[in-house]
Design a protein around this ligand. Structure first.
Ligand code: GTP
Ligand code: MG
Length: 367
């Protein structure tokens, strides 16, 4: 088969034109029938080297634990019964080198005033040599931010956000089933950061949302690469904020789950972008890791805008099922996001050197 390099993605677009070059529905339908390029597997080695270069070195883990130990000591002086949990990418194994760490302070008091605790905590941390301490009491999730000058690590501390601790465990358990999940998620997160589409404050998606998209994608492969842990007999069960969180967590028993699927990482990166560029039904479908499938927007009543929640790309939170992680995406940013998926799919299909082109930083030129 002759491989033609019809590269039609554009770089250095003016900020105004970003998102204005989406494919028509007809073109998408046509592209959907495309076969994967034949040389795709030859790109696995360079993709794996990129993945390896992003893995945090062991000493970073040690420094994170050192900082956590210090925080525990400080917190326990004020709240002896409180506990600190690591969550987010540093605890789910999806953290790249030099990531900030996310910490949850769990205080068992029925009516804690989070703002007051945040202010008090900021005071305590400030008086102990920690730097850049900021109390963000008005954020959706109120946090204290800080930087530890000894380890150089930055950290966000939230209060009683135990659902995040549980969804972190779910992601970590998925990562322990098949190594291709962590590889794919690192590559997708790296792409999203390079292309400026990992910024919830600009209407694009959080890292958490991208990892859920990767889990869902691997659940959908045939043969499947990942199972649906929430669809199996639960071996782990907790009730947090009135939500029952239950799933199968004896993942050491599932180590061979994906063995019948031999797809390489390069093939999966190609498939991920192919799906989000040409196949996903944005108008009607919600991706759901909880059910291991897609479900209809209508069933969730996510077909219309309510307040600021638009549901232009729908990603169901595995536990807070009324929560759409795509809610931050607006009319403008959905176009940017979809154009980036199309650019990436095109590169994966045609570019002679996709491992370089894919991650070229997006440069906003204002001509
Ligand atoms: P990086 O910091 O980019 O490496 O990624 P991260 O995995 O830490 O992701 P992010 O900062 O997006 O989120 C941190 C953690 O907060 C996630 O792992 C989730 O556990 C949790 N989280 C993020 N967004 C939400 C949300 O909208 N709802 C809930 N319940 N949890 C969330
Ligand atoms: Mg984080």
């Amino acid at each position: 088969m002759k491989v033609t390099y019809s590269i039609n993605y554009q770089d250095g677009r003016s900020s105004d034109s970003r998102g204005n070059q989406l494919l028509s529905q007809r073109a998408r339908t046509f592209k959907r029938q495309m076969m994967c390029r034949r040389d795709i597997d030859s790109f696995s080695v360079p993709f794996l080297s990129i993945y390896e270069s992003l893995i945090p070195p062991e000493e970073e883990k040690l420094k994170q634990n050192q900082l956590l130990g210090l925080l525990e000591k400080l917190v326990c002086k004020e709240w002896p019964m409180a506990r600190l949990y690591l969550y987010g990418s540093c605890a789910s194994s999806f953290g790249v080198s030099k990531s900030d760490i996310d910490v949850c302070l769990a205080i068992q008091d029925a009516d804690v005033d989070k703002s007051k605790i945040i202010m008090k905590l900021a005071d305590i941390l400030q008086s102990d040599n920690l730097q850049n301490v900021q109390a963000l009491t008005r954020a959706r999730v109120p946090i204290v931010k800080l930087m530890d000058p000894v380890t150089g690590i930055s950290c966000d501390i939230c209060i009683n956000n135990l659902l995040a601790v549980v969804n972190t465990k779910l992601l970590r358990d998925y990562a322990n089933i098949d190594p291709r999940l962590r590889q794919l998620a690192f590559i997708i997160k790296h792409w999203a950061k390079s292309r400026g589409v990992n910024e919830t404050y600009h209407g694009t998606l959080s890292s958490y949302a991208y990892v859920l998209m990767c889990v869902h994608f691997l659940q959908q492969q045939r043969p499947a690469i990942l199972p649906c842990l929430q669809g199996m007999n639960p071996t782990y069960s907790v009730r947090v904020d009135n939500v029952d969180c239950a799933f199968f967590d004896q993942v050491e028993k599932l180590g061979h789950f994906g063995r019948h699927n031999k797809d390489t990482i390069a093939h999966l990166v190609w498939g991920f972008f192919f799906y989000w560029a040409y196949c996903h039904d944005y108008a009607n479908s919600v991706i759901s890791v909880r059910t291991g499938s897609t479900i209809s927007k209508r069933d969730k009543d996510w077909t219309r805008r309510i307040g600021n929640d638009r549901h232009l790309i729908c990603i169901e939170d595995p536990f807070e099922t009324s929560h759409d992680l795509g809610r931050v995406v607006d009319k403008r940013s959905i176009k940017v996001l979809r154009e980036e998926f199309e650019r990436a799919a095109d590169i994966m299909q045609y570019d002679p050197n996709p491992c370089i082109k894919l991650f070229e930083p997006y440069v906003c030129s204002s001509d």
